[in-house]
Write a protein that binds this ligand. Sequence first.
Ligand code: CA
Length: 251
Amino acid sequence: MRIRSCGITDVGLKRGHNEDNYLINEELNLFVVADGMGGHAGGEYASAIAVNTVEEIVTSMELNGEFSNIEDPVELTRHKLTHAIRLAGRRIFEKAREQPEYHGMGTTAVVLLIDGSNAFIAHVGDSRLYLLRERRIEQITEDHSLIAEKIRHGLITREEAKNHRMRNVITRSLGYQEDVEVDLQVHAVRRGDVFLLCSDGLSGHVADEELEDHLARLGPQAAARRLIGLACERGGEDNITVVIAAVEESA
Ligand code: CA
């Protein structure tokens, strides 16, 4: 699989600094977006720990020894990725406990690892992964947010959710508890698939149909720039991060 990718993060128009972080590791086909929050410099530190820990653990071969009872390579990668995100959460939790200036920090994380013909998608929080396939977009991750839960339980409609005063309340994140439950999915990759990882600074301003339109028409770099531009045109209330990974038609 040949993958073309592009990542951009932007402070937006209203915030003093950028607490989002992202990672593109082309060798591993590993892509991460983390949206930090809390504390003075805590948010950007928490999201940096998340991104760096995931890369460290996915790269580390020694860990395979720790999971030596797992023979199936898909299972092994699932375990490794889940372990990486939980470890990131633990590291953030401990830093926040030890150092007062980091008290209350946390982060979301959404991770894509393309390994052979499989896409491993893991997340905690409301940063999202979308998949564009056959020109149709689908949100693959389910937000860990109060609003998403209300929608799931039929308590409010998607339309009502858009301007809901609690739309920023997340129900799961890294750093607030010692351990966290990670959602992980494995999808078979097809040529032509385009993956989009983003923080809520994008998804709060740009509708799914617009994401679909731009991702279908533009290459990763142009699409990333266009989406960041759109979020800024519409107020840029929050930091905005976009990572796009396109699986080339000709491998
Ligand atoms: Ca955010």
